[in-house]
Design a protein. Sequence first.
Length: 285
Amino acid sequence: MRKSLIAVAIAGLFSVPTVVLAQAAVAPSSPHTFTGNVGFATDYLYRGISQTSGKPALQGGFDYAHSSGLYAGTWASNVSWIQDGLNVPGATQTTSAGLEIDVYGGYKGTVTGDLGFDVGVLTYNYPGKNKTPGGILKQDTQEIYGALSWKWLTVKYSHSLGALFGWAKTPSATANQKTSGSGYLELNAAYDLGSGWGISGHVGHQKVKGYGDASYTDYKVGVTKDLGFGVVGLAASTTNAKDDCGAAAAGAAAQNPYCWGGGVAGAVNYSAGKSTAVLTFNKTF
């Protein structure tokens, strides 16, 4: 009898951890999700326009998501387009902004079935001395956006609340007329081929309100491969942006706003919207 009682007691002791583990297994998961990402690109393309004049970029950020659909995050990359575009021979001012820091937040959810939505606000920030010549407009930009997604297709519209990346409503760099209300409409497709492979396609149109020469359309197709320790991608991009750096005639900078350097002799003079291929590597943790 005593042996039986002792055996039962011992069995009871050893069964306690099992109960605790079972309770832990069924405990509800946290509604909060935190993730980070780091990446490398042979060229930082934004809406088809090079932000690094064809040079590599190191990028990364952090994201927070709540089970309700609310999210927020930040992302950063080195850039050179502000210096390349404004630090030209004869300029009365120089710039020093070599970093882009984005801060964003929004809400996403499901309308019905495979139809989803995403709305939010995004700010692009360029720390440092980065005003346009004449010291009027900064490249810092705020946009609100809305998107609808269906399976592997997404359509998105972004609307600027102030001067879009420092553009004025006229080619004159000293015109204090902000391009508020500029918009970018894009269609994106991303399809999972299986075994870690994916393909993507993109077309977008940037309208710069009041400055038609700065408006353009961009296209991109790409392929990705998940290697387990990260995702490598290769994409081909092209635009019809006015970026001809061949002529340094008077007014060339105004007529070809995406020629970083404006066609000025001795400047960088990089055709930022030209056709190019970009290799990327990204890891999420």
